[in-house]
Design a protein around this ligand. Sequence first.
Ligand code: PPS
Length: 288
Amino acid sequence: MSLDTFYLQFQGLVLPRETQSVDSLNFVHEFKFEDDDVLAVTFPKSGTVWMQEILPLILNDGDLTPIQTIPNWDRTPWLEETRLSLVVDQLKPPRGLVTHFHYDLMPASFHQSKAKVIYVMRNPKDVIVSFYYFHQMAGFLEDPGTFDEFLDKFLDGKLAFGKWTDHVKSWKNAKLGDRIMFISFEEMKEDLPAAVRRMSTFLGKNLSEEVIHKIAEHCSFDAMKNNPMSNFSLVPKVYMDSDKSQFLRKGVAGDWRKHFTSEQLSRFRSIISKDLEGESFTLPWSLD
Ligand code: PPS
């Protein structure tokens, strides 16, 4: 099957046709951000669905109703996906949204608003591994081929949403001042209550320790894996085949060690460090 079967072209990126369309991209262009909106921004496989769980709980003071009654894709919708236009009128303020968009694709209203951004970044080596298994199970994405072939496509920016380094650079260099906070998947994994506390403070929510711990408990990997509103068990097998791989697959940091050869690691390191040459920000992980 040709790549056109799976992807549409948009501003130099390829986007999955199953979840994005010309209409949905026009909808984003016209989308009106509100000042109290909160947007979690991620490159794919960096913690998006995790944020779809965490954000509504923080914004609703730990009320579990949203995560128990609304599927994640309607509860904290993707800005760029076709579902948004169908559910936007049902979202109660303050709205939580997620996006894989690069900063320069944000609509005009985002820049005019005071909407806040939580940028979640994950060790790109684990992103590649997670993305690789996702391509095996998602019927709407191209076959990943071998891990070696997939690594090249990732490093060349040929996969959905383009180059990881372009994504990170675009948001790291965005001049958003105190409208943006950065957090890593690994930091969330290391100490989820601390991560939830940091996000709550950033969002101006003064949550009690009891609520913070309740949120962390309900957003653990195991809790999400057992939540039918969050584990994608509602999605037909033709779109996501859990016999091939699970969406909530391992949820760990460092799985890349089981997948990269030393040659692949040096290829990865040389391309990523070249892409990031001259940038003033540092990454929270070593590229080695
Ligand atoms: S997507 O398709 O871009 O929306 O995917 P995304 O949600 O960004 O990333 C999926 C990976 O995040 C892991 N995940 C979690 N890890 C730990 N704890 C929790 N609660 C959690 N929720 C999601 C998920 O398992 C995917 O990573 P891998 O490494 O494949 O397991």
